[in-house]
Design a protein around this ligand. Sequence first.
Ligand SMILES: N[C@@H](CCC(=O)N[C@@H](CS)C(=O)NCC(=O)O)C(=O)O
Length: 232
Amino acid sequence: MLRRLFDVGSSLGASIARLGTGMQVGELGPRPTRRLRLYEFEACPYCRKVREALSILDLEAEIYPCPRNGPRFRPEVVRRGGKAMFPFLVDPNTGDAMYESDDIVRHLFENYGSGQVPRSLALGPLTNLSSFAASAQRPGIGAFYVKAKRPDELLELYSFEASPFSRLAREALCALELPYVLHNVAQGSPSRAAFRRLSGKMQVPYLIDPNTGEQMFESADIVDYLYRTYAV
Ligand SMILES: N[C@@H](CCC(=O)N[C@@H](CS)C(=O)NCC(=O)O)C(=O)O
């Protein structure tokens, strides 16, 4: 009970540190035809900036979690980009593969938004500082690899960056190095209607695991399910 209070409170603290950035969609531009691929880890403040941009732009992405010591996707990043630095975005629509959170954020708003990066993501050191403050609320959580089975198919998570409950689910997916499709359904998202039809209500996080046929709401149940099913 105390643990749950800490988890929800500190995860809410992370969203507050970023003044709720990633709560609401912004102006949307053209939609990508092929899914973006993001290599990142939940505790990384630079990765958070990119996830916020994805929420604001209502973009879905394949997430390849790269927790520290993660054996699976870190080497893939080194192979493709030359170094183990995160975030790393692969955009098959434009042929780009890039490091540097500010470059990635700019790329996303230029290609899939109005072209203008919102102020909350454009303040340089201030943006970085508040993103570090967000990560500091959950020190190290979602940063370290926990040995796990490798599912055949990508899991699916409905989420948005400023949702404190969604963060808890993403941390578990990250620690267990489980790749997933991140569906962003922030406030004002045009994707919400389809999500509501699929799940029956508007609540995140919502996990679908095509490997087992399980689908569920409730962050605590999702975290419990993921560790029970995949941790070894
Ligand atoms: N200037 C880069 C900094 C990225 C960076 O330093 N990322 C850290 C994680 S927060 C990293 O990749 N560290 C190496 C590691 O985790 O192995 C950016 O904005 O993307």
